[in-house]
Design a protein around this ligand. Structure first.
Ligand SMILES: [Zn+2]
Length: 335
C-alpha cells in the first residue's frame, strides 16, 4: 500500500449517501432467503454477483428491488443494518447518514414499524459496540405517486425522533422534484431536513437541480454533478453552501465515467462536494474504495482529500458541537 493509500484507509470518515438496501451483500441475500424460505433466481453467490452488470439507472434498479424480497422480518432489517455498520466501522467511518426506502417494503406487505424498528435497534447496538454514530434519512420513491409518498410521510410521523430528514430516490426519468412539492413542504413543517437525488446525466438534469434549489429549497443534493453545466447553478450551490453527495464508483456503473474530474473541479470552485458509496454491495465498493478511486484517477493530494472528508462532516446533519469534535479528530489525524 502506498503512503497516500494508507492515508485514505486510516482516515476518520463520514458517509452521507448510502442506501441501506444497497448494502445487501449477495452472501446475506442468500442467508436471508434461506431463513425466510424464499427461492432466488440465481443458484450461487458467484452467479448472483455476476448478474450485477448495470449499464444505466433502470437496469440497476431492477436488480436492486429484486434483492429486497428477502427482507421480511425485523431481524432481517437488523442484520442488514448491523452488517453494514460493522463494515463501516472497519473503514473508520465515524458517522453515517443512511437512506432507507420504506415504500419498497410496505408495498410488499412489510410494515413500516417492522422496517424501522429493526434498523433502529441495529443503529443503537452499533453505536455502543462499534462506536459508529448514525442517523436515518427516509427516501420516497419518485417513480411512485406523490400520494403514496405523502401517506408514507404521515405513517412515519410517530417515529419522527428516529428520522433526521427525508430524501427522494429511484428512477428520475419523468419524475421531477416538483412532483413532490407538497410532500416536501409538509416534511419541512414537520421539521425534517430535506435532500433529494439529482442523478447524473439524466434527462433535464439541470432543470431538476434548479427545482430542488428554488422550489423545494433543499439543504443538500444527492449526486448533483450536472451543476457544473450551468454557471447560475454553480453560483447558487456555492453561495448557499449546498452540499453535494457524489458517488464515483456508482457513477462509473450508470454513466460514462466516475466523474472524478468533476469532483476535483467542485473542490477547486470551493463547493462542498463529498465522496460517498451509494449502493456499496451492488457496486462492489464502500467509502474507502470510492476515495481511493478518485485519488487514483485525478491524483488528489492530502490537502484535497482532507477537504473532501471535512466537507462531509461540515454538511452532516449534526449539532455544531458534534461536528467540531469530528473535525478536530480529522485535524489531529492529518497533522
Ligand atoms: Zn443514491
Amino acid at each position: 500500500m502506498t503512503d497516500i493509500e494508507r492515508f485514505i484507509t486510516d482516515m476518520p470518515k463520514c458517509e452521507l449517501h448510502v442506501h441501506l438496501e444497497g448494502t445487501l451483500e449477495p452472501e446475506m441475500k442468500f442467508a436471508l432467503a434461506q431463513r425466510n424460505q424464499i427461492s432466488l433466481a440465481h443458484g450461487s453467490v458467484a452467479e448472483l454477483r455476476a448478474s450485477y452488470d448495470f449499464t444505466d439507472l433502470p437496469s440497476f434498479l431492477g436488480i436492486y428491488y429484486d434483492g429486497m424480497r428477502v427482507l421480511l422480518k425485523e431481524l432481517d432489517f437488523y442484520d442488514l443494518t448491523y452488517a453494514y455498520l460493522a463494515k463501516a466501522a472497519s473503514q473508520n467511518i465515524r458517522y453515517a447518514e443512511m437512506f432507507f426506502d420504506p415504500q419498497a417494503h410496505t408495498a410488499r406487505g412489510v410494515s413500516f414499524d417492522t422496517v424501522i424498528r429493526g434498523i433502529r435497534r441495529a443503529q443503537l447496538d452499533a453505536e455502543t459496540r462499534l462506536g459508529v454514530r448514525t442517523q436515518l434519512i427516509m427516501c420516497f420513491l419518485r417513480d411512485w405517486s406523490a400520494e403514496f409518498a405523502m401517506a408514507t410521510l404521515l405513517e412515519a410521523l410517530p417515529y419522527k425522533e428516529w428520522i433526521i430528514g427525508v430524501g427522494l430516490d429511484s428512477d428520475e426519468k419523468n419524475n421531477p422534484p416538483i412532483k413532490f412539492r407538497d410532500v416536501f413542504a409538509r416534511a419541512r413543517e414537520e421539521r425534517f431536513l430535506l435532500t433529494m437525488h439529482c442523478d447524473v446525466d439524466q434527462e433535464n438534469s439541470t432543470r431538476h437541480i434548479r427545482q430542488c434549489l428554488d422550489e423545494i429549497d433543499v439543504a443538500r443534493i444527492d449526486h448533483g454533478v450536472n451543476v457544473l453545466e450551468d454557471p447560475v447553478l454553480i453560483e447558487a450551490v456555492r453561495s448557499r453552501a449546498i452540499g453535494l453527495t457524489v458517488c464515483p464508483i456508482s457513477n462509473g456503473y450508470v454513466t460514462d465515467s466516475t466523474k472524478s474530474a468533476e469532483i476535483a473541479k467542485f473542490l477547486e470552485l470551493g463547493i462542498r462536494v463529498t465522496v460517498n458509496s451509494d449502493d456499496p454491495a451492488y457496486f462492489g465498493a464502500y467509502l474507502t474504495e470510492n476515495l481511493l478511486r478518485v485519488q487514483e484517477e485525478v491524483h488528489l493530494d492530502r490537502a484535497a482529500l482532507t477537504q473532501l472528508v471535512r466537507n462531509s462532516f461540515e454538511i452532516a446533519w449534526l449539532p455544531r458541537r458534534t461536528k467540531d469534535a469530528y473535525l478536530a479528530e480529522l485535524a489531529s489525524y492529518t497533522a
